[in-house]
Design a protein around this ligand. Structure first.
Ligand SMILES: [Zn+2]
Length: 294
């Protein structure tokens, strides 16, 4: 079964011709959210049209988006990141392609992909947590994904940071541990103009003390949030994804030490990075598309 899987994020739209976990062809399109939510929505539909034209053999289309998602009604309710509200993507895509449509949330679909084909395959209790411009978690409990539009908002756990969050609260994990937050805090303290967390990590490894502190603060904050998750749900496995997971051992090792030093009686979860990389959402969209055919 060959389907089109599309992962629409805040900066780009990843689209692929997908068969199971295999990406046969893929293409990226800019989201251009700075041009407004309506424009971003049109970019997604344009990507659907282009993929449908290029790959007429596809039997269904799957789309995953960030924010609050009504998967049953196939409506993107709200995205703070992109700005759209109540977009009826399912109907629009069906009107364009005439194909069955699968629709869902980017992180939860990525979690399904990792648990079927990636790092959490065979684990009944796991957490998939991408860290990018935001932080959210796909929670697999007893082999089932917790599929609630407001569940898994780990990025808004209070880690007692000194900063206000986009959500309106204060002290959220996202204020110190996303890629943009790490760069912002470093720039404030150093007077530099770094554009992302990878540059901060590079400076930290080069001996920059401010960068080392900012990176350590971020990993401590992630560790604090994960300890809360561990105490409540005892996941056997924590899979880190998103842009920040490209740091690999530089993220996993300090996080593992933090968790080791805070566990007392609890079993230690395994911590690793996602196997499907930043394609997890797109492959997850493919899984939803294949489900729409059945
Ligand atoms: Zn928040």
């Amino acid at each position: 079964m060959v389907v089109i899987g599309i992962d629409a994020g805040g900066t780009e739209i990843k689209a692929g011709l997908i068969q199971g976990s295999k990406i046969i062809e893929s293409q990226r399109f800019p989201t251009q959210r700075e041009a407004g939510a309506y424009h971003a929505q049109e970019q997604v539909l344009q990507a659907v049209e282009t993929m449908h034209k290029n790959f007429p053999q596809a039997q269904a289309v799957g789309l995953v988006v960030p924010g609050v998602v009504d998967a049953d009604a196939q409506i993107a309710r709200y995205s703070e990141n992109i700005g759209w509200k109540d977009v009826h993507f399912g109907k629009m895509i069906h009107d364009i392609t005439g194909l069955p449509v699968g629709f869902g949330h980017d992180v939860r679909a990525g979690g399904i992909a990792e648990s079927l084909y990636g790092a959490s395959k065979g684990h009944a209790n796991s957490l998939f947590m991408p860290i990018g411009t935001g932080i959210a978690g796909a929670m697999i409990i007893d082999g089932k994904l917790v599929d609630d539009p407001y569940a898994g908002e780990i990025g808004h756990l209070n880690v007692a940071s000194a900063y206000g969050c986009n959500c309106g609260a204060h002290g959220c994990l996202e204020t110190v541990a996303t890629g943009p937050s790490i760069a912002r805090i470093y720039n404030e303290r150093s007077g530099q103009q770094f554009s992302g967390a990878q540059e901060v990590l590079k400076a930290a490894k080069g001996g920059d003390h401010i960068a080392q502190e900012v990176w350590a603060d971020a990993t401590r904050a992630i560790g604090t949030a994960l300890m809360a998750y561990i105490n409540i749900l005892n996941p056997g496995l924590i899979v880190l994804g998103g842009g920040l997971s490209r740091a690999g051992d530089d993220l996993v090792n300090p996080l593992s030490s933090y968790i080791d030093s805070h566990l007392t009686f609890q079993p230690r979860p395994k911590i690793c990075v996602a196997e499907l990389g930043d394609s997890a959402g797109m492959i997850g969209a493919g899984i939803l598309a294949a489900k729409a055919i059945a």
